[in-house]
Design a protein around this ligand. Structure first.
Ligand code: DP6
Length: 362
């Protein structure tokens, strides 16, 4: 598929009005996307677990204007309140996708969006938010052209979501999604995420992710600034190569169900992401002292308990604690006994691997 395959072509009759609601999950990358080229093209391939509990629900109602407008006409409610400061991000997104969904200026939209997790939790909602909005828009496209197939619509939603936020393209389906050209997955693409096509050992089903909220509130470095730091970064080229190698290793690991290898790859990816930020110019340390405390305690506990708990990080201080279903009881007890004390106000979120976005009936 190329970009032009995603342009809605032909002359259609547009529906006069309607309302669509989608709930889209967040995702956590195992091999990280960090660094991009123009037009939201990733510098390296990535892979993620789709989550379940952390999600955004977006309701999009639309009403056809008497005359096509010269600008994007929309109102935005976030958690029931008008949110003017979210509007520029949505406008930029609509500008980027207009070419592919040419009906945008035919309508006035009411966008109502809410997250299952507190906005102040420091968890980025851009992946689930952009995924939910893209799915709503693609549902309108389906009303315009009912002959479009489900598989194409999912792919297009991922394609549009990527233009809003790169990692959002991995939030349409589950449970393991790969994004970015990668030699061993023929169907892989820089333009959208694909379902991981190979065998995955049953130990990875129902994997848990307990998200420890070490530091709530705004991130020190926005992802846009962060990705930019990879331009002229002294280690960038090696890092991009390493992502391919880690994907190769993960393929074997997923097949065999080798949790020790899984841990080594996932923790190394998390620390490499942070190492890239520590070695860029300007440089940043996004971990907090409590992030380090948690990591050290996970390592100690893993050694003494012989469980397979491990961590990954996004571009912030929060820690995602990953563990298999079979070790749930022991690891969760450890989290409560030893790790929750390092969370801001003791807050954490219990999540697990999920199976993708859902349309909600209105
Ligand atoms: C560290 O998808 O938030 O979470 O494309 O600029 O919106 P933009 O970036 P974004 O970057 C996510 C970075 C990451 C790693 C990952 O999810 O792969």
């Amino acid at each position: 598929m190329t970009e032009s395959d995603f342009v809605l072509k032909g002359s259609f009759e547009y529906p006069l009005e309607g309302n669509i609601v989608w709930k889209a999950p967040s995702n956590i990358a195992l091999v990280k996307y960090w660094g991009k080229k123009p037009n939201q093209i990733p510098a390296n391939p990535s892979i993620s677990f789709t989550l379940d509990a952390c999600a955004t629900t977006t309701s999009l109602s639309f009403k056809k204007l008497e005359q096509k407008s010269n600008f994007f006409s929309f109102d935005l409610l976030f958690e029931g309140k008008a949110k003017e400061d979210f509007k520029p991000k949505i406008t930029t997104f609509l500008e980027r996708i207009e070419k592919y969904v040419p009906f945008l200026k035919e309508y006035h939209f009411n966008i109502e969006t809410s997250n299952s997790f507190p906005h102040s939790s420091g968890i980025a909602s851009s992946a689930s938010g952009m995924a939910a909005l893209s799915l709503c828009l693609v549902s309108i496209e389906k009303m315009i052209n009912p002959s479009l197939e489900e598989a194409f619509l999912k792919q297009k939603a991922s394609f549009l979501a990527r233009l809003g936020s790169g990692s959002a393209c991995r939030s349409i389906e589950g449970d393991l999604i790969q994004w970015g050209e990668y030699k061993n997955i023929t169907e892989s693409s820089n333009l959208y995420g694909v379902k991981y096509p190979f065998d995955v050992h049953s130990v990875f089903k129902n994997y848990h992710d307990t998200i420890l909220l070490v530091h709530k509130g705004q991130k020190t470095v926005s992802s846009t600034v962060g990705h930019d730091l990879m331009h002229n970064h002294p280690f960038a080229e090696e890092r991009f190569k390493q992502a391919h190698i880690n994907l190769d290793k993960l393929n074997a690991t997923f097949k065999e169900g080798n949790l020790d290898n899984f841990i080594a790859i996932v923790e190394s990816e998390a620390l490499t992401l942070h190492a890239m930020m520590m070695t860029s110019l300007p440089y940043f340390i996004l971990m907090k002292p409590n992030t380090m405390e948690i990591i050290n305690r996970i390592w100690e506990f893993r050694k003494r308990s012989k469980t397979h708990v491990c961590f990954t990080l996004d571009a912030g201080a929060n820690v995602h604690v990953l563990y298999p279903e079979s070790e749930k009881k022991e690891v969760f007890q450890f989290i409560k006994d030893e790790l929750v004390a390092f969370c801001e106000n003791g807050h954490y979120i219990c999540d697990r691997i999920g199976y993708g976005a859902k349309e909600l009936k209105v």
